[in-house]
Design a protein around this ligand. Structure first.
Ligand SMILES: NC(=O)c1ccc[n+]([C@@H]2O[C@H](COP(=O)([O-])OP(=O)(O)OC[C@H]3O[C@@H](n4cnc5c(N)ncnc54)[C@H](O)[C@@H]3O)[C@@H](O)[C@H]2O)c1
Length: 249
């Protein structure tokens, strides 16, 4: 494995599960000391122990608590996320706000907290785990789609401000990935689309993808790893799809 991150510190939010855990493993394998930040304390500690890093048990929906934060990290992976599926007219306002706090406000506050240290050292990598839903929409996901579109904008501004300081910022845009987040929304998707749960995968999740399977977490993590490496120093302000061709339509 390429040891491109030897001596660097990395922070992965939502690192206790799914894509975040795969990213923690990838960045640690590249030599980084990884902080696994998650509201799931046991999960964060287990992954931290596995990768020889440390856990930060934090509820990223409590954004006011992050206002004065300072972070000493060279790589920041904004990954923590949740999903809520409902037609707009029924969407619970507090659910919308919760999605935006975790998936847009918290990434802003963590970038804000990490940039001074990155600027001081003249090097930094911000990787935002967006989604194909950062680029296109699907019905019933108003909070998620709008938070991810916002994250795309935040990433571009970070890229523009960070460039002269050696800091890049990118988005990674997966289609449906085999993680608990997807398993948890099967029943809700069946309900809002009016179809049996057994048909959600084929008729909803893989309908737009040219490659008819879920993305694996390690495939997303491998892309994240490359984006933090020396060959990606000129990759900034961009969005990297890994969606089996979904967004080519
Ligand atoms: N799974 C997919 O199909 C898919 C596709 C595209 C993008 N994504 C994005 O990838 C990211 C990770 O998703 P995943 O599928 O690995 O989900 P997951 O549910 O497996 O993991 C998400 C992690 O975020 C943590 N988290 C949730 N709320 C938190 C909070 N308030 N504070 C701190 N941590 C919190 C959870 O505890 C969990 O460990 C999300 O941003 C998601 O939007 C996922």
């Amino acid at each position: 494995m390429n040891a491109s991150l030897t001596g660097r510190r990395a922070l992965v939010t939502g690192g206790a599960s799914g894509i975040g855990a795969a990213c923690a493993r990838e960045l640690a394998a590249r030599g980084a000391h990884v902080t696994v930040a998650d509201v799931d304390g046991d999960g964060a500690k287990a992954v931290a122990q596995e990768v020889g890093g440390e856990a930060w048990v934090v509820d990223l929906s409590d954004t006011r608590a992050l206002d004065d934060l300072r972070l000493d990290t060279d790589v920041l992976v904004n990954n923590a996320g949740i999903q809520r599926v409902s037609p707009l007219q029924d969407f619970v306002p507090d659910d919308f706000r919760l999605v935006h706090r975790i998936m847009l406000e918290a990434p802003f506050l963590l970038v804000r907290a990490a940039l001074p240290g990155m600027y001081e050292r003249g090097w930094g990598r911000v990787v935002n785990i967006s989604s194909v839903h950062g680029l296109v929409a699907s019905p019933f996901k108003s909070a998620y789609v709008s938070a991810k579109h916002g994250l795309e904008g935040l990433s571009k501004v970070t890229a523009l401000e960070g460039g002269e300081h050696g800091v890049t910022s990118v988005c990674v845009n997966p289609g449906y990935v085999r993680t608990p987040l997807v398993e948890k929304q099967m029943a809700e998707q069946a309900r809002v689309h009016g179809i049996p749960e057994s048909e959600v995968l084929a008729r909803v999740m893989l309908a737009e993808s040219a490659v008819k399977r879920l993305v694996e977490p390690h495939e997303v993590a491998a892309l994240v790893g490359w984006l933090t490496g020396p060959d990606a120093a000129m990759v900034s302000g961009a969005s990297w799809t890994i969606d089996g061709g979904w967004s080519a339509r």
